[in-house]
Design a protein around this ligand. Structure first.
Ligand code: XUL
Ligand code: MN
Length: 347
């Protein structure tokens, strides 16, 4: 019997936030960015996810040399805290030049800017010792269908993936699909789109996927199936576990907070497919409620990690003999009842 997976958890500094939403300003005092890293280990987290400007604030105005030295300092700080950098994501949605997307903008200067930011992210990842950049394609989409050629947009996305693979011979690109928000309709809305881009690229083995539960739910898909699809292709590089109440704005609720059974199925697929055995992290992209007082707020991270571990116990004590028998008999009514009773602690 192989030894069981010891899961490693990660999150990004943006997950300790001040409570602002599109309708109101911060509701909590800011907790200094640099001090967030002191909290990770005590919370049970080891991996840190970064945006490029989390590592090098004001990255816009910095020279290459300044970016490298800032990255080196962060690498040292991580080592001192016993932390591992998981990935670096170019923040391609804040700057005016990304107002209509970067890679897929109709404007050549915007596209050049997005490519510059991508190279900077690869440089930072290299200096930090992170093996991947994450492309959450925030504004690569449209507000009206007529504004862009979708075919050209997909060609441009593939071209930039190939350029990135050529820019650094080791870097991996992990695509984080999302179907909408902030755009009305986003390109690369699902795992299937991301995996297709991976296979079409010049180095398919270095292009993988990060599945976020809420993003899959926004596409009206089952997150555990999206994960399974990537796993079947050897392409699940990371996950952003969280939850989502219906087809609304991206809520980033605590893992399992809306649909416990859905969360159970995500842990089940990860555990059964050996996710985490090659060092992959269980990322938690969860947002503290605006109403939560105190600085820093971390209860949501703690709760989501604990829920994962609790569901892992449920997965490991799920009676597979019984499941197999019920599958064979095609008695899915009984299988459903067993699963629900197991989750409720009756077995
Ligand atoms: C946006 C989202 C981001 C990415 C990283 O919906 O999930 O936090 O995970 O840029
Ligand atoms: Mn995410």
């Amino acid at each position: 019997m192989p030894k069981s997976t010891v899961y490693r958890f990660s999150f990004g500094p943006w997950n300790i936030s001040e409570g602002a939403d599109p309708f109101g300003p911060d509701s909590r005092k800011a907790f200094p960015h640099e001090r967030k890293f002191e909290l990770y280990r005590d919370l049970g987290f080891e991996g840190v996810q970064f945006h490029d400007d989390d590592v090098a604030p004001g990255v816009e105005g910095l020279s290459h040399g300044q970016i490298v030295s800032k990255s080196k300092a962060v690498r040292k700080m991580l080592r001192e805290h016993g932390l591992v950098p998981e990935f670096v994501a170019p923040r391609l949605w804040f700057d005016p030049r990304t107002i209509d997307g970067g890679y897929t903008s109709n404007n050549e200067k915007d596209r050049a800017y997005a490519w510059h930011r991508t190279k900077v992210s690869v440089d930072i990842a290299r200096e930090l010792g992170a093996k991947a950049i994450v492309l959450w394609l925030a504004r690569e989409g449209s507000y009206i269908r007529e504004s862009k050629s979708a075919k050209l947009a997909y060609e441009r996305l593939l071209a930039v993936i190939d350029k990135t693979l050529a820019y650094d011979s080791k870097i991996e690109i992990w695509i984080e699909p999302k179907p909408n928000e902030p755009t009305d309709m986003a390109y690369v809305p699902t795992a299937g789109h991301a995996v297709a881009l991976a296979y079409a690229s010049n180095a398919p083995r270095r292009v993988k996927v990060l599945i976020e539960s809420a993003h899959a739910l926004l596409a009206n898909l089952d997150p555990s199936d999206e994960m399974a699809f990537c796993l079947a292709h050897g392409k699940l590089a990371s996950v952003h576990l969280n939850d989502q109440n219906g087809l609304k704005y991206d809520q980033d609720k605590n893992f399992g907070a809306v649909n416990l059974r859905g969360a159970f199925n995500q842990v089940l697929v990860l555990e059964d497919c050996g996710y985490g055995r090659k060092g992959e992290f269980v990322g938690l992209d969860v947002k503290a409620m605006r109403t939560q007082a105190g600085v820093p707020v971390v209860g949501h991270l703690k709760a989501s990690r604990e829920l994962f571990l609790f569901l892992l116990e449920k997965v490991r004590s799920y009676d597979r003999g019984r499941v197999e028998k019920l599958r064979k008999a095609r008695d899915y009514e009984a299988l459903e009842l067993y699963t629900l009773e197991h989750l409720l602690g009756r077995h």
